[in-house]
Design a binder for this molecule. Structure first.
Ligand SMILES: Nc1ncnc2c1ncn2[C@@H]1O[C@H](COP(=O)(O)OP(=O)(O)OP(=O)(O)O)[C@@H](O)[C@H]1O
Length: 769
């Protein structure tokens, strides 16, 4: 019986190999054709470029002939553009073919639609059809491919453009293919067979994330292919594939809406710059371009170049932060307070600034004068109309003042001081004539005034007459009238002291991350700044570190975008316990019928031993499911100060022997710096990652906790898990985030006393040393 099985398997594999050889030869033939057409198009374009002017009818005499010239240029340009497009299309095709040539497909499914013939299709990273338009490979994103990820054998459904389809799936086969050879193949009845997943997961990590298209899991597939939700909210434990799902989802959407959606219509907010570097290869690996990617801090900071926005480091290590005030400022209630406050501003309360010109003592436009204009419009004017109308009036006033300004002494003085060359530039034409020298002088004076007044015009057009800093402080002062501070446990004195701090920050050109969003929102509401209606999809990873205010502000900025928010409420390292209620807050921003929630509980990153250990750090970690892949139990090392660094060395030697890349994760940056110095003095080679702008290099890394967000490493050494570093209940999530970065091996080192947060760990889930 066994023999028969082996024999059938062998002959099956031979058949599959023959099929693969056939497909590969067709792909290679196609590559040759496309390469030829590319070089053809290239030389044609070069030719066209080189002879561009030879072929043009250059004739500038008379209207009709110059029209002809224009037409001729236009035609040549069009021709060039067409060649360029054909060339671009062919290059894209070539890169897909080259990808397919390396690995044509990874799966096969056999199925039968009602009253139709049975069909067999192969699934790969792109589509490929023969000369008769018969598909030999289906893109993994094609509607039918969905059943490969979704269903067990038997009756299954998938969504085609014309609705739900039911088919009978009779076979699901997975392949490992290398250099044109089938290395292995399995038939499976699971969504995606565990064997394939184990093989993929057992490959060691690199400094770059990889695509997971061959082994997407059922729940992940739901996230990837969702097109109905306005808000898709994914709560997933550490390592459950949230980030992977986002990236495959973007690739899916670009395919599904191709022609209508381009990568610049998609924006992704990521935790830090290091993370961007970590994921940057995934979309190109799938043949797509990367989306717009930025951190929230970048998104807000670029709007306030004059301010220094609190850094990630300061935000994490700021010990003076008042959590009660932060809670208030991060809330949706605070967001609503701005809406409420702005309604009152229709009648009074907008704060203005003088605009100066030459005279630094006397304003050119006095703030009271501006205020009178602003409030001269009737109450039907909303804030945006008001500021626009004020701008218009100021510009009109500016124009009216030209003649009077031209008579001022500085103008005559200036005229005398400028060079002949500069003077000549002031005339409209070189041969311009004037009735008298007085008239000429008047003309030149006006020209100078107009030129100089441009700086005032710029200020008016940039709304510089609106004093946003004073306005923000005024808004903060109005808060006790709108929000019951006691509810947040804040006394009035505390609040006013806090306003003083914000003011001092402004004086030093600094702004805290808790202020920047409300500051910008207030500015936007008052000036009626236009938001981005073009963005179609917004992705937010590590959602637990966002405040409800920030999410409301993002929603305001991208009103037409569908949002996908992913995170692990158990890994909140900035918002801590508040993150647990985040979902309820976010729900208020969307229509409830358009919200879909998905939970991912299985952790693919770490071995079973690591997941079973780390989940105990959380209060409600029991819901996290480990993927059945075995490794060593984590080890907790107790060392004295002198031996701790040597312990690291021993662990690194062992990890190197197993070819595991190690990251040593500290709580703070200061600790990371300190440890790096100690390790280097012992001649241990490590790279310190101190800022998010660094690159992830191969070799041992020392990295502070808040920069390790979203990343993963073969082996992790959690440094100094003592009770000084980790004793507060709200530090559980931080410790969980650090330890859950490990894929295969986890060591924890402490001196003095062990963290209280690790005391309840079951003795048999780790080794104590
Ligand atoms: N279906 C899958 N097939 C293969 N590998 C997977 C799959 N899903 C997840 N992984 C792997 O598991 C690891 C963790 O995935 P990912 O980083 O996307 O998780 P995450 O939920 O964003 O984690 P965290 O919240 O801890 O940052 C990655 O190495 C990823 O490649």
């Amino acid at each position: 019986m066994v023999w028969v099985n082996i024999l059938t398997k062998k002959s099956e594999q031979q058949k599959e190999q023959e099929h693969l050889d056939h497909v590969l030869s067709l792909i290679q033939d196609r590559i040759k054709i496309v390469e030829k057409s590319i070089s053809g198009a290239q030389s044609e374009a070069q030719n066209l470029n080189a002879h561009f002017f030879d072929d043009l009818k250059l004739d500038y005499d008379g209207y009709s002939t110059s029209m002809e010239t224009a037409l001729s240029i236009h035609q040549q340009q069009q021709l060039l553009e067409e060649r360029q497009n054909a060339w671009q299309h062919a290059t894209k095709q070539l890169s897909t073919l080259q990808r397919l040539n390396k690995r044509p497909y990874f799966a096969r499914i056999d199925f039968q639609e009602q009253n139709e013939k049975p069909e067999t299709i192969y699934i790969g990273l792109g589509s490929f059809a023969d000369k008769n338009d018969q598909f030999l490979i289906y893109d993994w994103r094609a509607p039918i491919s969905s059943i490969y990820y979704d269903g067990k054998l038997g009756s299954v459904t998938y969504y085609a453009p014309d609705g739900e389809q039911e088919v009978l799936m009779t076979k699901k086969r997975q392949f490992s293919i290398k250099d044109g050879q089938i290395i292995n193949m399995f038939d499976t009845n699971e969504s995606i067979g565990d064997q394939m997943l184990i093989n993929v997961l057992n490959e060691k990590s690199s400094t770059q994330m990889k695509s997971i298209v061959t082994t997407i899991q059922r729940e992940q597939n739901k996230i990837i292919r969702n097109t109905t939700a306005d808000l898709l909210f994914v709560q997933g434990s550490a390592g459950s594939g949230k980030t992977s799902a986002i990236l495959q989802r973007i690739a899916y959407l670009l395919y599904r809406y191709r022609g209508n959606l381009v990568s610049s219509d998609v924006i992704m907010f990521s935790p830090n710059q290091l993370f961007n570097d970590y994921v940057k290869n995934v979309l190109p690996e799938m043949g797509e371009q990367n989306m717009v990617q930025m951190t929230y801090r970048q998104f807000v900071s670029r709007r306030v170049p004059a301010f220094k926005v609190e850094s990630l480091f300061d935000q994490f290590e700021d010990q003076n932060k008042n959590p009660k005030i932060a809670k208030l400022k991060d809330s949706l209630e605070f967001f609503e307070a701005i809406n409420h406050y702005s309604k009152h501003l229709i009648k009074h309360g907008v704060v203005f600034k003088n605009i100066y010109f030459k005279d630094k003592e006397k304003p050119f436009f006095d703030k009271d004068y501006i205020k009178d204009i602003y409030y001269s419009f009737n109450e039907n004017y909303n804030l945006r109309n008001r500021i626009e109308a004020t701008r218009e009036k100021l510009v009109a006033r500016l124009n009216e003042s030209i003649s009077a300004e031209a008579k001022k002494a500085w103008v005559a003085k200036y005229l005398e001081s400028i060079s002949k060359e500069e003077l000549n530039k002031l005339y409209d034409r070189p041969d311009q004539e004037f009735a008298s020298s007085t008239e000429e002088e008047r003309f030149l004076s006006k020209k100078i005034v107009i030129k100089s007044l441009k700086q005032v015009l710029r200020k008016v057009n940039a709304n510089s007459f609106f004093n946003i800093r004073a306005q923000y402080l005024a808004f903060l002062r109005a808060i006790p009238k709108m929000i019951d501070l006691q509810q947040y446990g804040i006394s009035e004195n505390e609040w006013y002291d806090h306003i003083e701090l914000v003011k001092q920050n402004f004086v030093h050109k600094q702004i805290k991350i808790t202020d920047i969003s409300s500051y910008l929102y207030l500015y936007d509401v008052i000036t009626g700044r236009r938001v981005n209606y073009e963005m179609r999809y917004a992705f937010i990873d590590e959602i637990q570190d966002y405040t409800p205010f920030q999410l409301a502000y993002l929603k305001y900025n991208f009103p037409r975008a569908k949002f996908t928010m992913l995170g692990d409420l158990n890994q909140a390292i900035f918002t801590k316990d508040d993150s647990l209620t985040l979902l309820d807050k976010v729900k208020q921003l969307f229509i409830s019928e358009k919200i879909e929630l998905i939970k991912l509980t299985k952790s693919y990153r770490s071995t079973k031993q690591i997941t079973d250990f780390t989940k105990q750090i959380l209060k409600s970690g029991e819901l996290i499911e480990a993927f059945d892949r075995n490794g060593a139990k984590p080890t907790i090392w107790h060392c004295d100060n002198a031996s701790a660094v040597h312990k690291i060395n021993d662990i690194l030697i062992a990890n190197n022997q197993e070819k595991l890349t190690t990251a040593i994760i500290t709580k703070t940056l200061e600790e990371a710096r300190d440890l790096t110095t100690k390790l280097k003095s012992e001649s241990i080679k490590v790279t310190l990652i101190a800022t998010a702008n660094q690159r992830l290099v191969p070799g041992v890394l020392v990295i502070p906790s808040y920069l390790a967000k979203g990343l993963e490493f073969d082996a992790v050494i959690a440094w100094q898990v003592n009770n000084t570093n980790y004793h507060k209940e709200d530090e559980r999530q931080l410790l969980y985030t650090i330890t859950s970065r490990a894929m295969y091996k986890l060591d924890l080192i402490y001196t003095d006393e062990l963290s209280d947060l690790l005391r309840e760990i079951k003795a048999d889930t780790c080794k104590w040393s």
